[in-house]
Ligand binder design. Structure first.
Ligand code: HEC
Length: 145
C-alpha cells in the first residue's frame, strides 16, 4: 500500500512536471509571436521612414526641366496634350508652350500648371512626388535647364 502511494506520488510528480512544461510552452508561444510582431513592426516602421525620405524634394537643389520635368509630361500628359490641346507638352514644344501660355507664373502655388495638377481628373495623372517636383521647378523660376 505504501509502495503504491509512493508510486502514485511519483506518477503525479511526472504529470505535474509535464503540465508545467506544457504551460511554459503555452506562455512562450504567444511571447514568440509578440517578438515576431514587434520586430515586424519595427521593420515596417523603418521602411516607412525610408520611403518618406525618398519622397521629399529638396527645395535647395535645382530641379532640372530636361531630365526631371519633361519626363513627367512625356509619361503622363502627351496622350492628350500633343499639339491640338494647350499646353503642348511634347518634348521640344513644352517649354515655349508653358512660358508663352502663362502657365508657370509666380507665386508657384497659384500658377495655372500647378493648380491644374490638383484639379479634378488631372489630380490622378501625377503622383505626389511629381507634383512636388513641378511646384519646386516653378518656384525656382521655371528655368529651361
Ligand atoms: C486624358 C487626357 C488628358 C491628360 C492625360 C492630361 N490632360 Fe490636361 N487637359 C485635358 C483636357 C481635356 C483639358 C481641357 C479641359 C480642362 O481644363 O480640364 C486639359 C487642360 C489642361 C490644362 C489647362 C489648360 C488651359 O489653358 O486652361 C493644363 C495646364 C493641363 N491640362 C496640364 C496637364 C498636365 C501637366 C498633364 C499631365 C500631368 C495633363 N494635363 C494630362 C486632358 C488631359
Amino acid at each position: 500500500m505504501l509502495r503504491l502511494v509512493c508510486n502514485l506520488g511519483y506518477i503525479c510528480e511526472i504529470i505535474n512536471k509535464s503540465r508545467e512544461m506544457k504551460l511554459k510552452a503555452l506562455i512562450s508561444l504567444p511571447s514568440l509571436i509578440k517578438v515576431l510582431f514587434l520586430s515586424g513592426a519595427v521593420f515596417m516602421a523603418s521602411c516607412e521612414k525610408y520611403a518618406y525620405l525618398i519622397e521629399t524634394v529638396n527645395p535647395d537643389e535645382p530641379v532640372l526641366f530636361q531630365t526631371q520635368i519633361q519626363p513627367i509630361f512625356t509619361n503622363n500628359c502627351i496622350t492628350c496634350h500633343k499639339g491640338a490641346r494647350n499646353p503642348d507638352l511634347r518634348e521640344g514644344n513644352s517649354y515655349a508652350s508653358l512660358t508663352e501660355g502663362g502657365y508657370v507664373t509666380q507665386p508657384a502655388e497659384s500658377s495655372k500648371l500647378y493648380k491644374k495638377l490638383l484639379e479634378g481628373s488631372h489630380a490622378s495623372f501625377t503622383i505626389d512626388i511629381e507634383k512636388q517636383l513641378i511646384l519646386t521647378w516653378i518656384k525656382q523660376g521655371a528655368q529651361d535647364n
